[in-house]
Ligand binder design. Structure first.
Ligand SMILES: [Zn+2]
Length: 239
């Protein structure tokens, strides 16, 4: 299914768009959020883009490929490219046997009390955090017109299924901020324009592959979900 968000122009404060959203550097390139490695073909016609320097735009590629591959391997329960569903990831693991080996080594099989077997996978947390933070910085800049160059005050990455029901509900529900987004920001325009990719506070870039939510009201919070498996929540300026 071809899904996609409407491309919405930014009518916000242009002073917020004149630098790399990751490092305050030059705006040499456009960084796409999310990168294609998190999506399947046919790709959505539009993806959010933010100004980025060349170094930041390219500097995350290996980590992004790792996270996409790790998530797909966990979801399918294997690192065997022939058994994976996501074509991009299967290709990446065929090409990059070192990556496959790394993910394979993070897999443990354990016996349950009932005599069954379970698989556990241990992600490289630093890489997962780096990728989540990069995505969140893009969404804060794109949706809210509030680039966040500082380190966040809160960063949480968990498998969505690991959240107990009440926390899951909390995660899925946009917080009541009572404050309207900046006039002209994309978040503001989503409130007044119809967008098939936007519902219940979430922007769905591709169904089942990537969605995110960005809320700004004093503090800035971004939540995202990769392949309906890996969930992150990042907050700047907790009051
Ligand atoms: Zn940069």
């Amino acid at each position: 299914m071809v899904s996609g968000m409407k491309k919405i122009a930014n009518f916000g404060d242009v002073r917020q768009t004149g630098f790399c959203v990751h490092c305050d550097g030059p705006t040499e390139t456009k960084d796409h959020a999310p990168p294609k490695v998190f999506l399947d073909e046919p790709y959505p016609l539009t993806r959010p883009t933010v100004p980025s320097c060349g170094e930041c735009n390219n500097g995350f590629s290996n980590d992004e490929e790792y996270v996409a591959a790790f998530v797909e391997c966990v979801v399918q329960g294997t690192t065997d490219p022939d058994l994976l569903r996501r074509v991009n990831v299967a290709k990446a693991l065929r090409r990059n046997s070192a990556l496959r080996g790394r993910i394979e080594r993070s897999r443990r099989e354990a016996e349950t009390l009932g005599g069954g077997r379970i698989l556990t996978w241990t992600p490289e947390e630093e890489r997962v955090s780096r990728v989540s933070l990069k995505l969140a910085r893009c969404h804060a800049a794109y949706e809210l017109n509030e680039p966040q160059l500082e380190e966040p005050d809160h960063l949480l990455v968990v498998p969505l299924v690991s959240l107990p029901a009440d926390q899951r509900e909390h995660f899925e529900t946009p917080p009541e901020t009572g404050v309207w987004p900046e006039v002209g920001s994309r978040a503001m325009r989503r409130l007044i324009e119809e967008d098939p990719g936007y519902a219940g506070g979430w922007c769905t870039v591709q169904e089942g592959r990537y969605r995110y939510m960005a809320v700004g009201a004093g503090s800035v919070m971004v939540r995202g979900v990769i392949s309906e498996y890996l969930a992150y929540e990042i907050i700047w300026g907790i009051v």
